[in-house]
Design a protein around this ligand. Sequence first.
Ligand SMILES: Nc1nc2c(ncn2[C@@H]2O[C@H](COP(=O)(O)OP(=O)(O)O)[C@@H](O)[C@H]2O)c(=O)[nH]1
Ligand SMILES: [Mg+2]
Length: 336
Amino acid sequence: MSAEISNSQFHTGRLPNGAKSRNRPKLMLMGQRRSGKSSISGVVFQKMPPSETLYLETTTRPEESSAHSFMDFQIAELPGHVNYFTPDFNQANIFAEIGAVIWVIDAQDQYLDALNQLIDTITYLAQTWPAINVEVFVHKVDGLSEEYKNDTFRDIRQRILDELSDLGYDNAPVSFYQTSIYDHSVFESISKVIQKLLPQLPTLESLLNSLCSTCRIQKAYLFDIITKIYIASDTSPQDTNSYEICSDFIDVVVDIGELYGWARPQQGEKTEFNNHACESMVTMEKKGQNYLYLREMNRYLALVCIMGDDNPMEKKVLIDYNVGVFQEALAKVFGW
Ligand SMILES: Nc1nc2c(ncn2[C@@H]2O[C@H](COP(=O)(O)OP(=O)(O)O)[C@@H](O)[C@H]2O)c(=O)[nH]1
Ligand SMILES: [Mg+2]
């Protein structure tokens, strides 16, 4: 693995968590029964329509699935009712390759028991697998009023942080998100979870930053087209709905592309990446004062930008040139 890293010309010295899973970010979904683990994995990685999650069977044993895309995202689920911290379980088997544990809490249900389990898990991981990030999804927030949602989120976060602090784990790597499978929040949160596991992130961010400043782009995202996970964005502050707009825009372009363009690999089918890096460029009519711009970097990745309020057609040459440079840099970062 270290050889692979030193080959990368643009490596910035930050090592990924979960060392063995390089380029295959592996996530573990944990949390109580019916908190929504299988639903999250189905909706994000298997393109399951959210309404179909109502018919999911309860998971009774650890399950794994993967999404073949730009990276082979690996996702595993541990059913909630089993205690994994007894000697009966081979914890090394379970946790050795994990980069992040996503702990799902049902915000519409009583959560005090779940919090106790979560604390036990965090302290266990901090002692035994300190490189694993713990990502707490306060989930199913779609059913809650804005005020109740924020109160619940704050309450959960505060209780966990207080408890950890009492136990002496002030610096445990724990982050919190509000999620729902009925909107973009779960995709956006998983994007952030995965970004933390990518050693290339700092490089990608600085490439996007310089693209934004040369072309006066407001916000730029590098998307995995199939999963709608964004693997990096520039580091300027983001509006609440920028991700949403860009993600919807991919749907439109990709639908048209599938009708008239080349065939994308089917779910589960694995093709060599970047056999023919295909490009397309679309500008959309005004949404407010902004334009959207999308260009495929290869079969799996698309650059999606929210442009400022000047007309991109007038500076198309500048954009084409700089996006070309960006694409070449990407190819070097990932060794295409
Ligand atoms: N309202 C709402 N329901 C959800 C959400 N995610 C999952 N569910 C429902 O929660 C139930 C349990 O989900 P499941 O994924 O089987 O939970 P698991 O036992 O943790 O794997 C299902 O009926 C889902 O439809 C969500 O974001 N919002
Ligand atoms: Mg399940």
